[in-house]
Design a protein around this ligand. Structure first.
Ligand code: FDA
Length: 310
């Protein structure tokens, strides 16, 4: 990312919400479950699986957690009724991780139980480093109770991740591996682009060695190539792993993976609480400076024919 982009990323919180919304619409299916279903239908028709996320995090009351649980039950019912090829992703702070860990675990247990009845699956997203230990502890508790239609996310950026892989290995976990979107301090995280890439490769090797089912979640060509090499070296068939990408990001790269016979799952968020998710997506979009600049020009010259880059 250029210096100009970095400066703009720091200014993003000052950008008016309607502008943020306009530029982040591509990352979000819409406000309703019906919007998400329409997007998933289209993805399925193009050979992609989906994971549906109900937007919302950092709730302030446990009633909100119950509302999220109820919505996820509705999502599973709808996936079944419409015959969609999709599972769900859940943010632990949306289920109250920071308010009451036991309550959060109970909500998760209910959602994973529902996944079991629907022969589906729940991925527990990973949030900032203040939540890592609790999230992994909740995952272990669910597995200890015999709930196994559930997986976690590990972030290559965190220095602890190789230890987490070793700790989880006996569970033969299902792990989504990503770089990690939350910028963490250098004492607990790698901060340079190349060292995060290398940490990703090391974590992927360790997970495959441990017999984990890995969802390789990245849009980084270099990492996709390394992952393909590791998969080929181990002779893994397409059922033994999957790639994952975010809705609205690098679609042509997804086309290449699907055409080559790899399984690809797209992260499909929906809901009215779009702001935090959108900000994170915009902050990692390399064209953010162009977007904001064009919008500013557009507002200075309202009748001008401005174009937004794809
Ligand atoms: P990188 O950021 O280097 O991007 C590679 C290239 O992809 C860029 O050069 C650009 O071309 C394109 N690109 C990436 N992001 C873009 C964007 N927003 N808009 C336009 N182009 C973009 N993180 C986390 O901490 N916890 C989690 O639970 C998850 N879950 C998750 C699920 C899935 C399915 C994915 C794909 C990612 C996540 N992440 C996540 C986010 C992840 O940690 C990471 O921040 C992003 O995937 C971006 O990192 P890349 O590996 O894609 O590399």
């Amino acid at each position: 990312m250029s210096l100009v982009d970095r400066a703009l990323v720091r200014m993003l919180p000052a950008v008016p919400r309607p502008v943020v919304k306009r530029f982040s619409d591509r990352y979000i299916a819409g406000a309703t479950l019906e919007d998400a279903c329409r997007v998933v239908d289209d993805l399925n028709a193009r050979g992609r699986m989906a994971t549906i996320d109900v937007l919302g995090e950092e709730i302030t009351t446990l009633e909100e957690a119950q509302a999220f649980e109820d919505e996820y039950v509705r999502v599973f019912d709808t996936i079944r009724d419409r015959g969609l090829d999709a599972n769900v992703s859940v943010k632990p702070t949306g289920l109250g991780l920071k308010l009451d860990r036991r309550a959060c675990k109970q909500h998760l247990a209910a959602i994973v139980g529902c996944a079991g009845r629907h022969s589906s699956f729940v991925r527990i997203d990973m949030e900032d480093a203040s939540t890592t230990s609790d999230t992994l502890a909740v995952y272990r508790e669910l597995r200890a109770e015999g709930l196994d239609r559930v997986g976690v996310v590990l972030q290559a950026r965190l220095r602890r991740t190789l230890d987490d892989v070793a700790d989880l290995a006996p569970l033969r976990p299902s792990v989504r591996l990503c770089k990690g979107i939350y910028l963490e301090p250098p004492d607990i995280a790698f901060t340079e682009f190349d060292e995060i890439r290398l940490a990703f490769v090391r974590a992927l090797e360790a997970l495959l060695e441990a017999g984990a089912y890995v969802a390789v979640a990245t849009h980084d060509d270099w990492l996709v190539e390394r992952a393909l090499e590791l998969i080929e070296a181990r002779g893994l068939g397409p059922e033994a792993y999957e790639f994952q990408m975010l809705l609205g990001v690098r679609e042509s790269m997804g086309d290449d993976l699907v055409r080559a016979g790899h399984r690809l799952r797209i992260y499909v968020p929906y809901g009215r609480r779009w702001y935090e998710y959108s900000m994170r997506r915009l902050q990692e979009n390399p064209k953010i400076a162009t977007y904001i600049a064009l919008d500013t020009v557009g507002r200075l010259i309202p009748s001008g024919a401005k174009q937004v880059p794809a």
